[in-house]
Design a protein around this ligand. Structure first.
Ligand code: LFR
Length: 496
């Protein structure tokens, strides 16, 4: 009873993994079962995900577990936010899901805000930061285009819920993932009927709203047969990966900020109530739903996406291992080229390195040459942008932020961790790298009564790993370059 295995499916926008988490004697140990790429598919000028391939990867992971003779207590799935799948009257998937990087939402958002609801009206209801790819604008873009899958949809399921449905046959609408849609009112905890109506949708198109920890169902006979497993329960976890990650921050008390570092860098604080006011509106901070009624008050910062995209584009002559790449980036002169990582030029450019160079050209800076200078530019700029967001966060927090926890795959980046401490002037604690999977596993453990609450989860996680600490250095240098960063951002705004 004091030793259980939980199976976590954690899907990010560039890669996915299945992981076994074993909890025993107050400690958790992870073992990766499978890891696989998640690729954007481009066709006829549109971008999609392959939901069937993702499903197959989950099946492959489950088969592997059965093969090893491991007994698993339950399964939980988390993914990136906002994207969804349409299900037809006949219980079949209507087309692969559109990917949030698809640029069709840029004009849809403008159109919606001009003709349907104002920015402020939307924010007052949802407390969600305005981002072009939020589900509301994706759905609006599809409505406008008379998208035949939307027109024929009997059900709309967010990606983690769609995958749970493929495994169990039961459809739900999990709260944390639903909160990313910009359709949910955090005060009622429900999708807002009036906003849905602006898209020609009703509440009945979505599954029943459930909180993390709710049983969705058990593996269907079909899946049992395919995998060789029994009727394993599937629980709703924090279906939003960032929700799972923040649940796993190994903090001792509430006075922390976090930076969940992956394709995106999500920087924020955890609060008991949402913060929806003029200032949060102006600075475009979001209030996403967390576990146990918590709110993730944060901002999306373009994170490793910049580097991931560059690496995809670079030829074989560029080293592929991080130590060499990063080591060489540290040898070049710092702060020669500074970008705003969140400039829309970098959202989904045809060529990322070119976009970075173009930004530097447009702002009259040194144009980075070669991979080392490009990477240095990305790291310097990310740290400076972190400082900006951190400065704002301090103004919102009702407590003194004593620690910045960096979690997720990006937390193994020693150089960037140190830069982040330097730029923000706060102590940084790095780890765990697999925060998302840990949060996923802990919510399952809570669902079966093995842990009590979020603070016990965090204690178990903190007990199970070694955190690395970074103290701020070179204060003046970073002050100076922060001012330079602000100047460059302004210059770019003026050009537009
Ligand atoms: C991170 C993440 C962010 C969300 C973005 C798009 O993986 O889930 O929280 O804003 O992806 O869905």
């Amino acid at each position: 009873e004091n030793n259980k295995n939980f199976f976590a499916v954690d899907l990010g926008a560039t890669s996915g993994r299945t992981i076994i988490g074993n909890i025993k004697d107050g400690k958790v140990i992870l073992e990766e079962v499978t890891r696989f790429p998640n690729n954007l598919i481009q066709t006829h000028g549109q971008f999609y995900w392959d939901i069937y391939a993702l499903y197959n990867e989950i099946i492959r992971g489950l088969k592997e577990v059965a093969k090893r003779g491991l007994e698993i207590t339950s399964i939980g799935i988390d993914t990136w936010g906002v994207d969804f799948v349409f299900i037809g009257e006949d219980g079949q998937i209507l087309r692969n899901p559109r990917a949030y990087r698809d640029p069709h939402t840029f004009s849809a958002m403008e159109d919606y805000l001009k003709n349907v609801k104002s920015k402020k009206e939307l924010y007052d209801v949802t407390g969600i930061q305005l981002m072009n790819f939020n589900s509301i604008f994706q759905l609006y873009a599809m409505r406008r285009a008379e998208n035949s899958a939307l027109e024929n949809a009997a059900k709309i399921l967010f990606v983690p819920d769609a995958l749970s449905w493929m495994l169990t046959g039961n459809d739900v609408c999990e709260y944390t993932i639903a909160s990313t849609a910009e359709l949910l009112d955090p005060r009622t905890g429900q999708l807002d009927e009036e906003l849905l109506a602006t898209l020609g949708l009703s509440r009945s198109k979505f599954g029943k709203m459930v909180q993390p920890g709710t049983l969705i169902g058990t593996l269907t006979a079909e899946v049992q047969e395919m995998t060789g497993l029994g009727a394993v329960p599937v629980y709703a976890v924090a279906g939003h990966d960032t929700g799972s990650a923040v649940a796993a921050v190994p903090a001792k008390d509430e006075e922390f900020a976090y930076l969940s570092s992956g394709t995106w860098s999500l920087m924020g604080i955890e609060t008991k109530e949402c913060i929806i006011n003029d200032k949060s509106y102006e600075l475009n901070f979001t209030n996403e739903g967390g576990i146990e009624g918590t709110t993730r008050f944060l901002k999306n910062i373009c994170g490793m996406w910049l580097l991931e995209r560059c690496r995809k584009e670079w030829s074989d002559s560029v080293p592929s291992d991080y130590p060499t790449l990063f080591g060489n980036a540290m040898k070049v002169q710092g702060f020669q080229s500074i970008i705003n990582p969140d400039d829309k030029m970098f959202a989904n450019p045809a060529n990322m390195e070119e976009a970075i160079k173009e930004y530097c050209r447009m702002t009259g800076q040194h144009v980075p040459e070669g991979y080392a200078e490009v990477i240095r530019c990305i790291f310097d700029s990310l740290a400076l942008r972190y400082r900006q967001v951190f400065t704002w966060l301090k103004e919102f927090a009702s407590f003194d932020i004593t620690t910045l926890h960096i979690i997720g795959g990006g937390s193994k980046n020693d150089y960037l961790n140190q830069f982040t401490a330097n730029a923000t002037g706060v102590n940084v604690l790095a780890g765990p790298q697999e925060g998302t999977a840990l949060g996923n596993i802990m919510v399952q453990a809570k669902a079966v009564g093995m842990v009590k609450d979020i603070w016990e989860m965090r204690k178990i996680i903190a007990n199970s790993l070694e955190l690395i600490e970074y103290h701020p250095k070179d204060e003046e240098l970073w002050d100076e370059n922060y001012n330079k960063f602000l100047g460059i951002c302004n210059k770019m705004e003026e050009k537009r």
